[in-house]
Design a protein around this ligand. Sequence first.
Ligand code: DOR
Ligand code: ZN
Length: 359
Amino acid sequence: MSRLVKIPGMVDPHTHLRDLDWSHKATFTSETGAALAGGYWCVFDMPNTPPTTTDAPALATKQRALAAGAVCDYGIYFGAAQRDNTGEYGAVWPETCGLKIFNNATTGDLLIDTQPRRAAHYAAWPAQRLIAVHAEDETVADILALVRQTRKRTHFVHISTAQEIAWLRAAKAEGLPVTVGVCPHHLYLTEDDVPRLRGYGIMKPGLKTKADQAALWQALADGVVDVIESDHAPHSRAEKEGPVPPYGVPGLETTLPLLLTAVAAGRLTLAQVSALVAEQPRRIWGLACPPETYALVDLDAAYVIEAANLHSQCGWSPFEGLRVRGRVVETWLRGQRVYADGRILAQPGSGRDVFGGAV
Ligand code: DOR
Ligand code: ZN
């Protein structure tokens, strides 16, 4: 059996595409190619890759490099910096998909770890674009206090624990303007997998308990989770096998197959998956799907995830060896077939900035 369906306009609002000073890890061409192989129309790039996207010249550098290299459409986050860069916000916001604030330690040097400094960034960022926050544990409550004060739209990325879900469920009931993103690795892996995966199982937030994992699946069923985002964060094999593996795992090419496997198992419906990877992110960021832009998916194809079949430059996946059901057969962008039979067909530079950043 081979049931083919189209999923229009998939958006991953949380990726770290690298390139620039970190092109040894990945490039805009390689990772937007991985996005097409994963069925995506559009990905949003995070600001923590050096040179960090925290001032207008760095934003312009990234815009130029993405315009030249991207094969799928994209958006660019601006980053809150430890030095006070709030004076940049008024000019740059129209060209971004939002502001990213790293409120807990992770890859890069953008940590904002005091409440007064977080409050300054919240006050300065214009309300026209949302704020995406990395917040773990009690920091979620700290950020919710700022949302309550300022009413600024806030997307909580990679939520991973039962306690965080409980706070966000309550915040939604209270009517705060918050949305919730969850990553496939927190749905499909737990801390029990770390001894097997070693460096390849290290990311921020880290893998959690089975009880936390169950709370995420329950939150998916209840509609508390708005978006499934990959947190695609490629690092080289050598880095991951070194003494201090950096945080992050790739995910653009495995997110949809993993979710379709949940559909095959009766755990999610196809309509829920389509909402989580396409309709909800488009609604949250106010984007319209371009005509003839979709992933063509075979719901019945069963296979094992293998590094050799992936397009990300990093060349590995924490899900290698996992049997999945659901394959991206083709990806179409504005009427062009841009991915088919395992090959990227789009030319570098064909991707567009969906927020229209000047180049
Ligand atoms: O695991 C992670 N990797 N979490 C983050 O927050 C950043 C990312 C990266 O850039 O490597
Ligand atoms: Zn991230």
